[in-house]
Design a protein around this ligand. Structure first.
Ligand code: FAD
Length: 548
């Protein structure tokens, strides 16, 4: 039989089994989708440049690659199948809901045959998930922590026999520090755009209406597998140690902190999630110390760890390039860093993918709180006096990236309290982020960030200005006063927060762990409530007018 391995734009890995005995490879650059929304120019550049690099990489490896640029998949399939009516198209199941059926119908329409196989770009399969839900979590809601422990047991990652390494499953309490003033993270690597990326970017900005910066200055994403592997190595050598402590921190002028920046490459298929996990596990095996035992900011005070940190010198961390060449001089990897990273990839990422599969199409329009406001203009133009919001939107406009806490506790928290429509917020994330794909953005934005459904959490990730104040250095320089809730100049998060709790009281009071919050609600008197409502209304009005 003649077999064509058809790879989609988020399946760009040359080591996939699906390629093994294929007679040729088909890649289709379909442009029509990018006309539907004003995507970030860097996102389109990244996707198309990575596809073009992948084409060249496969050809160098000896594959016969057909690379078609068309408006739609239908156009491309028509042309392809007219030339090769006998071939079977072998396609890994697309991650996007409904895509498998749509593509199957298109192939059928053009008289071809489609063979759908398992998507190898994920770590776990739908059957793995079904087995777990069948045994452990039958019902309508799922909890990431339970899934994560199950996945650790099944894979043996960071396990010592049947027990988690170190005795605990989760070292989240060691992931919540903020760095001391003046601490700077190790620099992130730059992958200077090559000629192909530049040419792709020129075409993108010419051809499409895009959003965000349209110059390439801040574009530092790997577009090839080789660069993606280098990026992973650089993270593990230099930034992983600090990722542990500062995973939840926000620091002015530091969009990346010690985050891995791996999501664009993993989501394109350039890196397999297992590669990232195994590399981190190996680094822990070589350089591991107790949770909290290594302090990347160098003041020597661990958060209670007792591990041996003498294997390294603090100076080697992010400092002297020459000393970073040999493993003995690399900084130690505390267990809270290794476990924290693995929890994100093995736990959260796989979990989100399966929750999406299980709950679509309802998930995309879930809106249990009935929120319907348009997103404030600040999400589009970044114009706001609020330091946290302007920093976060600024990072998205400039890089198509913001780290997890900016996404969750600034961008979606504000939209949630403000009352924005979850589906519109999802659109915004989808078009603005270089790592956004429907399967990953939708559960994160609609379920986690907007509490459009309780399928994965029993309470909303809602917070007043206190959270940002605790986790960042933003509030001291902000024109708004975080310690005040009402009146002119009070932090907008505060009145919105209390107003949100009362507006949604019927829904939220009895749910999850909201009891403590409602005990605060109950202690406020009528006069205070009036001032809160007034301030919340002013904040909403000004935000809607682009004047916050
Ligand atoms: P790190 O902080 O270094 O984390 C390591 C890896 O863990 C990431 O690369 C990613 O692969 C994985 N990961 C961590 N958390 C999640 C999660 N909740 N869901 C899926 N993977 C996770 N992630 C995306 O990949 N694409 C999105 O469009 C996206 N949208 C989000 C929207 C909201 C509102 C929220 C709250 C989270 C979103 N996330 C999304 C999850 C997470 O914020 C990003 O994966 C992460 O910030 C990517 O940066 P990083 O690679 O530096 O991550």
């Amino acid at each position: 039989d003649d077999v064509t391995a058809w790879l989609l734009g988020d399946q760009l890995n040359p080591t996939l089994d699906v390629l093994a005995d294929a007679d040729r490879v088909l890649l289709i650059e379909a442009h029509g989708f990018a006309d539907r929304r004003p995507y970030h120019a860097h996102k389109l550049t990244l996707v198309f440049s990575a596809m073009r690099h992948f084409r060249d990489d496969l050809r160098n490896r000896g594959h016969d690659v057909t690379y078609l640029k068309r408006d739609s998949f239908g156009d491309a399939l028509g042309a392809f199948l007219a030339d090769r009516p006998e071939t079977t198209l072998r396609l890994m199941c697309p991650a996007s809901h409904g895509a498998a059926e749509r593509l199957e119908a298109l192939v059928d329409e053009h008289g071809g045959h489609l063979d759908l196989v398992e998507n190898e770009c994920f770590l776990t399969t739908p059957a793995d998930w079904r087995e777990w839900t069948g045994e452990h979590e039958p019902g309508r809601t799922y909890r990431q922590e339970h899934w994560y422990r199950h996945a650790r047991r099944e894979t043996g990652i960071l396990m010592d026999g049947d027990e988690p390494i170190g005795g605990e499953w989760n070292y989240d309490e060691y992931n919540q520090e903020t760095p001391p003033e003046g601490w700077r993270p190790p620099e992130t690597p730059r992958f200077e755009p090559d000629a192909l990326t530049r040419e792709t970017h020129e075409w993108v900005t010419d051809r499409f209406d895009t959003w965000g910066t349209d110059d390439l200055d801040g574009f530092a994403w790997p577009t090839t597998r080789a660069d993606a592997l280098d990026a992973l190595e650089d993270f593990i050598e230099r930034r992983l140690p600090a990722f542990g402590r500062y995973q939840d921190a926000l620091v002015a002028g530091e969009p990346f902190l010690a985050h891995s920046l791996c999501s664009p490459a993993i989501n394109l298929g350039l890196l397999h999630p297992m590669e990232a996990i195994e590399a981190v596990e190996a680094a822990y095996a070589e350089r591991g110390v107790d949770p909290g035992a290594f302090d990347p900011a160098g003041d020597g005070t661990g958060v209670g760890g007792t591990g041996d940190t003498t294997a390294t010198t603090l100076a080697a961390f992010g400092g002297d390039e020459s000393s970073a060449d040999t493993d003995t001089t690399l900084p130690p990897v505390p267990l809270n860093a290794a476990e924290g990273f693995i929890r994100q990839v093995l736990g959260w990422r796989e979990f989100m993918r399966h929750v999406y599969r299980e709950t679509m199409p309802e998930l995309a329009r879930a809106n249990q709180l009935d929120q319907a406001r348009d997103l404030p203009p600040a999400y589009w133009d970044g114009e706001t006096g609020m330091t946290c919001l302007s920093e976060a939107v600024g990072h998205v406009r400039e890089y198509g990236y913001a780290h997890h806490i900016e996404r969750l506790m600034v961008l979606s928290n504000f939209a949630l309290l403000y009352g924005a429509d979850p589906a519109e917020l999802n659109e915004w994330f989808h078009l603005g982020f270089v790592d956004a794909y429907h399967w990953v953005t939708t559960p994160n934005v609609v379920a986690m960030g907007s509490f459009g459904t309780d399928v994965l959490s029993s309470k909303p990730y809602a917070s007043s200005g206190n959270y940002v104040n605790r986790m960042s250095d933003y509030c001291s320089d902000c024109p708004y006063t975080v310690s005040r809730t009402t009146g002119e100049g009070a932090c907008p998060f505060n009145a919105l927060y209390w107003d949100f709790l009362t507006e949604n009281e019927e829904f939220l009071r009895g749910t999850g762990r909201m009891g403590l919050m409602y005990s605060h609600v109950d202690r406020k008197d009528d006069e205070e409530w009036e001032a809160i409502r007034e301030r919340a209304a002013t904040v909403r009005e000004r935000a809607a007018a682009g004047d916050l």
